[in-house]
Design a protein. Sequence first.
Length: 327
Amino acid sequence: MEDVARVAGVSAQTVSRVVRNKGYVGAATREKVQAAMAELGYRPNSAARALRSGRFHAIGVIMFSLSSYGNMRTLDAIASRAAQAGYALTLIPVETVSQSTVTGAFNRLTEHAVDGIVIIIEAHELNGAELEIPDGLPVVVVDSTKRGEHAHIDTDQAMGARQATEHLLSLGHETVWHVSGPDESYSAERRREAWRRTLVENERAVPAVITGDWSADSGYAAGVQLREHDDVTAIFAASDAIAIGLIRAFHEAGISVPERVSIVGFDDIPEAANLWPPLTTISQDFAAVGERAVDALMREIDGETDGEAPPIATRLIERASTAAPRG
């Protein structure tokens, strides 16, 4: 740094400000320092800075299911927000959720020298026992659990399910069937509970739930079952992918959507507006989830204690897959 300061004709303190990107440095001076760094081949020693500051300026992410649209949108926002804050990101994908895989991923990130960890894993129970998150680093969890001492960030899953169900009831449907996400998912559980509660509050019959796995294939299998029942006129699907499978199953049987059956999805994936019919759905702000997760983690790293963050609101996006029941 002294060599850089000499070549740039500035103080070592000014070089330090440029390297750390902290404190005011004029644009012209910053350019001189950066040119001197390039000329000398100077690279900041992150390990040395970590020893001095106790910070590695890196965060880890443990995430299940890289194929999930919502998870990838959230991860993209986490990466962008971390980069804005000057933090690198290390991702550890977890293919199967178990206590050993989560603990192993946590330990691997500790070895990679990160300042904190964001965990995006939907499973909340393993063989009837709660999933335990190891201690030792600041942690933010992206899900709807609201359990334990860690900060939780998520979409208001219950609001979205209520919006979907109330929309279908407001059109005149007697009740609303539900194709749920997997039992072990907190998001699926919140949506399922809110759907059931909304029907009960409106004094409507509560049909048996069909459980899927978020995929279009599971939606198609559910649709094959539901199309055999003449009294099914409205369905709330726990994901847009499930809704896509449902629509295919009904179309194959010559059952029109929405003239015969109305369907609402959840997620508002980019393709939702371009389906036929365009899909009515619940929009989640995945970018806000990722950004808030990083912001909360930064505060924990700084030793600040967050209060319970309110969930992020959802929006009903009305398109052409819903209509009043025929007759």
